[in-house]
Design a protein around this ligand. Structure first.
Ligand code: HEM
Length: 212
C-alpha cells in the first residue's frame, strides 16, 4: 500500500475523525444561530435560514453519495466508516430545513403547509424527498440491518438515489421561477458524476460477467 493511502486510511480510522467531520458539517448551524442572535442574517433572516439549511442538506447528501466512489477510487476502505454518520447528518439538516420552513414561513399552521405543498410543485417534490429519507434514517442502525437482512437493507437503501434526484429537482424548480441556475448546475453536475459512475460500474460489471 502506498504511503499516502496508508496515511489517509489511518486518518479516517482515527477516533477524532468522525467527531471532527460531524462538527464541521454542523458548524453552519452554530453560525446561523449566532447570526440570529446578532441580527446579521440580512434583510430576510427566515429566507437565509431556509435556504442555508436546504443547501446544507444537499451538500451532506452529495457527501454521503461520494463515500463509495471515494472508497473505490482511492482503494481506502476506511471511507465507509463515515457513510452512516453522513446519512444521518443529511437527515438532520433536512429536518432543520423543514422546521425553518414550517415555523418561519408557515407559523406551524398545518393547513397552510398542506395547501402550500399542493400549490407549489417544488415544495411537493422536497416533501417527497424527505418522506423517502425517513425509512432510510430509521433503518440506519445495526439492529435494523440485522432485522432486515443485508439484501433487503441494501435494496431499501437504494432509495437514496431517488432522494437525490428529487432533491436536485426541488432545487431546480425553486430556482426556475427566478431563472437562476448557477448553483443548481454545479450541484447537478456533481450528482451526475456520482450517479453516472454507479451506472457505468453496474453496466461494466454486467458486461464483464457476460463476457466471462
Ligand atoms: C431532501 C430534502 C430537501 C432538500 C435536499 C432541499 C434542498 C433545498 C435547497 C438546496 C434549496 C435552495 C437553497 C438556495 O436557494 O440556496 C431549498 C429551498 C427551499 N426548500 Fe428545500 N429541500 C428539501 C426538502 C424540503 C421540504 C420538505 C420543504 C418544505 C416542506 C422544503 C422547502 C423549501 C423552501 C420553502 C425553500 C426556499 C424557497 C425560497 O426561498 O423561495 N424543502 N431546499
Amino acid at each position: 500500500m502506498s504511503a499516502w493511502r496508508a496515511r489517509l486510511g489511518a486518518g479516517l480510522l482515527h477516533p477524532a475523525c468522525k467527531p471532527a467531520v460531524g462538527l464541521l458539517l454542523m458548524a453552519p448551524l452554530a453560525a446561523l444561530i449566532w447570526g440570529v442572535m446578532q441580527d446579521s442574517l440580512g434583510a430576510n433572516p427566515a429566507e437565509t435560514l431556509i435556504r442555508n439549511s436546504g443547501e446544507m442538506t444537499l451538500r451532506c447528501l452529495l457527501l454521503t453519495l461520494a463515500v463509495t466512489p471515494l472508497r473505490e477510487w482511492t482503494g481506502v476502505a476506511a471511507f465507509a466508516r463515515l457513510r452512516r454518520m453522513l446519512g444521518l447528518l443529511t437527515f438532520t439538516w433536512a429536518l432543520l430545513h423543514l422546521l425553518a420552513y414550517s415555523w418561519l414561513d408557515m407559523g406551524f399552521y398545518v393547513e397552510d403547509i398542506l395547501r402550500d405543498v399542493a400549490k407549489r410543485p417544488f415544495i411537493l417534490v422536497g416533501s417527497l424527498a424527505l418522506l423517502l429519507m425517513l425509512p432510510l434514517a430509521l433503518t440506519s442502525f445495526n439492529a435494523a440491518v440485522k432485522a432486515l437482512g443485508s439484501v433487503r437493507w441494501k435494496r431499501l437503501h437504494r432509495a437514496v438515489y431517488a432522494v437525490a434526484l428529487l432533491a436536485i429537482l426541488h432545487f431546480f424548480w425553486m430556482r426556475a421561477g427566478k431563472l437562476n441556475f448557477g448553483d443548481v448546475a454545479v450541484y447537478g453536475a456533481l450528482l451526475a458524476v456520482l450517479l453516472g459512475w454507479r451506472v457505468w460500474r453496474a453496466f461494466g460489471a454486467r458486461a464483464s460477467t457476460a463476457a466471462s
